[in-house]
Design a protein around this ligand. Structure first.
Ligand code: URA
Length: 277
C-alpha cells in the first residue's frame, strides 16, 4: 500500500529532475511534515496500516519556465517540462507517454486538439491517426501543408481507461486545467496569427466555453490576445458520416481563417460542399 510520504517523495524527485532545488512549503504543509516526522519516531501500532495524509502536500508548481534564445530552444524547454509535468502526472488518470507538438514554430496558424489518442501515443506526434489524416486533407484543400502549421494538443498525455487497448476517451476538465499552462507557454513562444480550437472539448479547456460547437463557431474569440476560432474536430467529420452540412460548416471556418490571413481563395475553394444549383 502506498504511503502519503511516497507521494511526497515522488513529487520532490520530479521537482529535482526539473532542476528545482527548493520547494515552497506553506504552514499547512509544514505542519503535515512535522506530523509525519513525529509518527516516524513513534510508529503507529501494527494494526494501523496507514497514517492519514498530511493536511496539505507542498503545492505543485504550475509555472512553466521558458528558456533558450530561439523559438526551437524555447519550445524544447517547454517540451522537457511537459515530459515530467507534475500537475498532470499527479492526477494519476493519464498514461505515461508524453506527446508534444509538431510543425513550424513560426507558423501563422496554430491548431489545438484535445489530447493524443492511441495512434498519437504510438508515434509520439499529434494528429497522426484517422483524425490526423482528415486534418491533413483539410489543410491541403486550403493550400497548406501540415509542416507549415503548428499542431498541438491541450493535454499532453493520452487519457487512460481500465484495460485500455486502442480505445480513447476525452480528457476531463481537471486534466485540461493541469496541462493548460503548457499550451499557453507554447502559444506565447509561437505567437501565431490565429488559433483554431479543434472540437468542443478543446474549446472548453482553452477558452472556457460551454455548449455545442455550433454555438461557439462563426466568431473570433480571444486567447491571450490572439484571435481564436472554434471548429468541429476532424474526427466529428468521420463520425458524422461526412455529412455535407458539417463539412461545409467546417470549411466556412477554414475560409474565415484564410480571409483573416489574407490568403488567396479561388472560386473553386469558395464553392466546396455547397449544394449543387
Ligand atoms: N484528437 C485530438 O484531439 N488530438 C490528437 O492528437 C488526435 C486526435
Amino acid at each position: 500500500m502506498s504511503r502519503p510520504v511516497d507521494a511526497l517523495i515522488d513529487f520532490l524527485k520530479t521537482e529535482e529532475a526539473r532542476g528545482h532545488s527548493h520547494v515552497y512549503l506553506d504552514e499547512g504543509a509544514r505542519e503535515g511534515l512535522r506530523d509525519l516526522f513525529k509518527r516516524s519516531r513513534n510508529p503507529a501500532p501494527a494494526h494501523i496500516e496507514s497514517i492519514p495524509a498530511p493536511a496539505s502536500l507542498p503545492p505543485v508548481s504550475t509555472e512553466v519556465t521558458i528558456s533558450g534564445a530561439t523559438k526551437i530552444e524555447k519550445l524544447d524547454s517547454i517540451r522537457a517540462q511537459a515530459a515530467t509535468w507534475a500537475p498532470a502526472i499527479s492526477l494519476g488518470t493519464l498514461r505515461e507517454t508524453m506527446v508534444f507538438a509538431t510543425g513550424d514554430p513560426d507558423a501563422a496558424i496554430m491548431l489545438i486538439g484535445e489530447a493524443p489518442g492511441y495512434n498519437e501515443e504510438k508515434e509520439q506526434e499529434p494528429f497522426v491517426g484517422p483524425a490526423g489524416q482528415k486534418l491533413n486533407d483539410i489543410l491541403k484543400a486550403m493550400g497548406v501543408h501540415r509542416e507549415q502549421v503548428y499542431i498541438s494538443n491541450l493535454v499532453k498525455y493520452r487519457p487512460s481507461l481500465p484495460k485500455q487497448t486502442t480505445n480513447n476517451r476525452k480528457p476531463s476538465p481537471e486534466e485540461m486545467a493541469a496541462c493548460l499552462p503548457l499550451v499557453m507557454a507554447e502559444i506565447s513562444v509561437v505567437k501565431p496569427k490565429l488559433i483554431l480550437a479543434l472540437g468542443g472539448t478543446a474549446a472548453e479547456g482553452l477558452l472556457g466555453l460551454e455548449g455545442s460547437v455550433g454555438s461557439m463557431r462563426e466568431k473570433w474569440h480571444d486567447l491571450a490576445g490572439i484571435p481564436a476560432r472554434v471548429t468541429y474536430h476532424p474526427s466529428y467529420l468521420l463520425q458524422s458520416g461526412g455529412s455535407n452540412q458539417v463539412k461545409r460548416s467546417l470549411w466556412e471556418d477554414m475560409l474565415a481563417t484564410m480571409e483573416k490571413l489574407g490568403m488567396p481563395i479561388s472560386e473553386k475553394q469558395r464553392g466546396y460542399f455547397l449544394p449543387k444549383p
